[in-house]
Design a protein around this ligand. Structure first.
Ligand SMILES: [Zn+2]
Length: 349
């Protein structure tokens, strides 16, 4: 089985995000947001069948760990209360996708973070998504200010209540920023990669996993700049008298394969141990064109993994499936549960 650990519902029916715009406008103008639009199962089916499911079939992947659109989280755009409503609407929609396509998608939730608000405010939605909707992880925004980095690092104790809930529920977080309100940082070209890189450095500086030895993070987009600069991070750890990164961080920190060219993917697989790499494409996402040098889509990341001749079949098996099942510890059980349920439950949510 080929599991893509990083997909967002970027093709959700437009009325869904239009409502968010109305919600933000109402907040600004002191009004109340309009009722939520009615989105039919047929609209969801069409958005998936012509989008992510078509790509799964074309590229020969089997299952996507699926979450709301990351840039759409927009934690910096509204209050904690408004973000809570928005998160639950986004998560419910992803749950409907998983209900309609139970063998193709398993859910990961958006959290109702907000700038200056303690992350503990996210625990109720995390619990609802895991315990009631069958989600297997969350996306955690390390910078809910949207590009100003006005909050505290991921190792600060203000995050601990959320981590305690994650550990109790046995779910990982993908560390994933949202859109950027700072014009210095293009969202997917700079802010995302900055977020990945900064989060890793925060983890290196702190000693979070001494307190949470089973907490697991996935750093997306190939780990940002981290694998390319692995020597810098090893050296910084050494200067700070930290243990070797392999012992210090790599029991808890994993990287996905959203690197959109062959040399970058090979570097990732050379530098980062195979046991820490999870296959992912982030389709349909940041880069949607065809590479004129190869004639293939940049985000067709399976091609790059398949083309690395020195990976063994056992290595590929870990990258494609085993590591995802280990990091997302609830995945196997949830998939069995979904496959045992007729594909109609989406209609009832
Ligand atoms: Zn993403």
């Amino acid at each position: 089985m080929i599991i893509d650990c990083h997909g967002h519902y970027t093709t959700a029916p437009p009325a869904h995000e239009a409502w968010r715009d109305q919600q933000i406008a109402a907040l600004r103008d002191g009004g109340t947001p309009p009722p939520r639009p009615v989105i039919s199962d047929d609209e969801i089916r069409e958005s998936i069948e012509t989008g992510q499911l078509r790509i799964q079939r074309e590229r020969g992947t089997d299952l996507t760990i699926f979450s709301p659109r990351a840039a759409g989280m927009g934690h910096h755009l509204a209050t904690a209360e408004a973000n809570a409503r928005w998160s639950s609407e986004c998560n419910d929609l992803v749950h409907r996708v998983c209900g309609l396509f139970p063998s193709n998608f398993v859910g990961v939730c958006q959290l109702p973070q907000a700038p200056g608000v303690p992350p503990a405010n996210c625990i109720a939605e995390l619990r609802r998504c895991v315990e009631e909707l069958g989600f297997i992880g969350c996306n955690l925004n390390p910078d809910p200010s949207g590009g100003h980095w006005s909050g505290l690092p991921l190792t600060d104790r203000c995050w601990y209540p959320l981590y305690e809930a994650m550990v109790e529920l046995d779910v990982p977080a993908m560390i994933h920023v949202s859109s950027s309100c700072n014009p210095n940082f293009h969202a997917t070209g700079a802010h995302y990669i900055n977020g990945d890189t900064s989060a890793f450095m925060q983890l290196l500086q702190g000693d979070l996993f001494a307190d949470f030895p089973t907490l697991r993070f996935v750093i997306p987009h190939g780990g940002g700049a981290v694998p390319y600069h692995w020597g810098r991070y090893r050296g910084l750890a050494q200067d700070m008298k930290r243990p070797l990164l392999s012992e210090y961080l790599l029991n808890n920190v994993f990287f996905d394969t959203c690197v959109y060219h062959q040399p970058g993917t090979e570097l990732l697989a050379k530098v980062i141990p195979v046991g820490n790499i999870l296959f992912a494409s982030e389709t349909i996402g940041a880069v949607q064109g065809i590479d004129p040098e190869t004639g293939h889509y940049y985000d067709d990341t399976r091609r790059y993994i398949d083309a690395i001749g020195w990976l063994s079949d056992a290595d590929r098996q870990r990258i494609y499936e085993d590591n995802a099942r280990a990091v997302y510890a609830r995945l196997s059980r949830q998939l069995d549960r979904q496959l045992a349920t007729p594909a109609t439950q989406g209609a009832t949510v």
